[in-house]
Design a binder for this molecule. Structure first.
Ligand SMILES: O=C(O)C1=C[C@@H](OP(=O)(O)O)[C@@H](O)[C@H](O)C1
Ligand SMILES: C=C(OP(=O)(O)O)C(=O)O
Length: 426
């Protein structure tokens, strides 16, 4: 077992942190570009495990993928007829939910598999939906195959997307290329991560796809071409969260450049959540977000259904806070990279904390923490949550810090750079 000694912050952090591109925007841009009516260039492409799996999956099915020699984040995508392939999804929800509808448009059988841990992530909903829409699919989870026939009838489909918004996004991203388009009707508990559905809708609109959203929990994608579009990818605001949390946790200052004034990324909502903890944030006219820790770290009561992927960072701050916190609306996190509710409770409590798993969330009470092993469960956000706690608690040993490469190419390097010369590794 290799562990990473999380560095404590000997002084308040003071740093400017430039984040690589958004995972969610990158993987949508790549799918839309592959299905478009001409070549598109994606600038600022996130190059990480999840996005490289998307690049490889699309390339395996026949899409032209050209990476600029002088800039690995500049990718030109040329749509070509899609054919039989093998696709590795790793542990990436966006790959396992966005590519099966693309594969159904291919001519030939596309075989999907992924990490052992990915085989238990919820997937049946979108595979059943594709069957209802005319695709031929074997299996209900990874591994499975899609016998593409070069076309999908499309039409109406009723799904329960309460386990993941990606079921909706996956169907909408390819829906314009189905013969009849697609009408997705959600029936069930509320769809989580709705900003990610908004992200899908706004990116489809940029590609000229007509989607009607006048009926709640229903999305109608008109059939038709997807226009090519050159993208410049925003920085990943969810991956900004551990760095911004560092400012709040150490009474420091962290600046993130290129913070978008308007965005569908759920990470933008972390700014208000930091305010609830007691930190101050300002967005300058130059696009730099500055978060300043005030020394106060209150407990919070928050419904995180819309921003579930921020939970590990938020729970780390809750474990360091002076008051009780209650995090709600996140039962679906049990189907993320790992069961994040169980993982957070186990790891916070192993360090001496007081975390309790609730039906739909977490209750975290203040209790002094001590050093110890922090398991990451192959979950990039569990690993970065351990780093946040380690800023204030000497002796935190994070297992498999390399798993952060799922969505960040060099988290340990960026973390050290943020801490600068004053770093002490315990
Ligand atoms: O569509 C997307 O890019 C994502 C949607 C969300 O998934 P869930 O709706 O499964 O939470 C989010 O948690 C994930 O990190 C990325
Ligand atoms: C839930 C997440 O990822 P995925 O896209 O694999 O679902 C996440 O990044 O927090």
């Amino acid at each position: 077992m290799t562990t990473w000694s999380a560095p404590t912050a000997p002084a308040p952090v003071s740093a400017t942190v430039a984040l690589p591109g958004s995972k969610s925007i990158t993987n949508r841009a790549l799918v839309l570009a592959a299905l478009a009516d001409g070549p598109s260039t994606v600038d600022g492409t996130l190059r990480s495990r999840d996005t490289d799996l998307m690049l490889h999956g699309l390339a395996a099915m026949g899409t032209g993928i050209d990476i600029a020699d002088d800039d690995p984040t500049r990718v030109t995508v040329t749509p070509r007829p899609l054919h039989a392939a093998t696709v590795d999804c790793g542990l990436a929800g966006t790959v396992m939910r966005f590519l099966p509808p693309v594969a159904a448009l291919a001519t030939g059988t596309v075989a999907f598999d992924g990490d052992e841990q990915a085989r238990s992530r919820p997937l049946g909903t979108i595979l059943d939906a594709l069957r209802d829409l005319g695709a031929e699919i074997t299996g209900a989870a990874l591994p499975f195959t899609v016998a593409g026939r070069g076309a999908v009838a499309g039409g109406d489909v009723v799904i329960d997307a309460s386990a993941s918004s990606q079921f909706v996004s996956g169907l909408l991203l390819s829906g314009a290329r189905f013969d009849c388009g697609v009408r997705v009707i959600h029936r069930g508990d509320p769809v989580p991560s709705m900003p990610h559905v908004e992200m899908t809708l706004s990116m489809l609109a940029v590609h000229g796809v007509d989607v009607a959203t006048d009926v709640p929990d229903e999305w109608r994608v008109a059939p038709g071409p997807i226009a090519a579009h050159d993208w410049v990818i925003e920085p990943d605001l969810s991956n900004a969260s551990p760095f911004l949390a560092a400012a709040a946790a150490t009474t420091g200052t962290v600046r993130v450049p290129r913070w978008p004034a308007v965005t569908t990324q759920p990470g933008a909502q972390f700014v208000d959540i930091l305010g609830d903890f007691g930190a101050h944030a300002t967005l300058g006219a130059d696009g730099v977000l500055t978060v300043v820790g005030t020394g106060e770290l209150r407990g919070i009561d928050a419904d995180l259904r819309a921003v579930g992927e921020l939970t590990p960072t938020i729970a780390a701050l809750c474990a360091l806070a002076t008051g009780e916190s209650r995090l709600r609306g996140i039962g679906h996190l049990r189907g993320h990279e790992t069961d994040r509710l169980a993982a957070l409770v186990t790891e916070i409590n192993r360090l001496g904390g007081d975390a309790v798993e609730l039906d739909d969330g977490l209750l975290i009470r203040p209790r002094p923490l001590h050093g110890g092993v922090w398991e990451s469960y192959a979950d990039h956000r569990m690993a970065t949550a351990g780093a946040v706690i380690g800023l204030c608690v000497p002796g935190v040993e994070v297992v498999d810090i390399a798993t952060t490469a799922k969505t960040m190419p060099d988290f340990p390097g960026m973390w050290s750079a943020m801490l600068g010369a004053g770093v002490t590794a315990e």
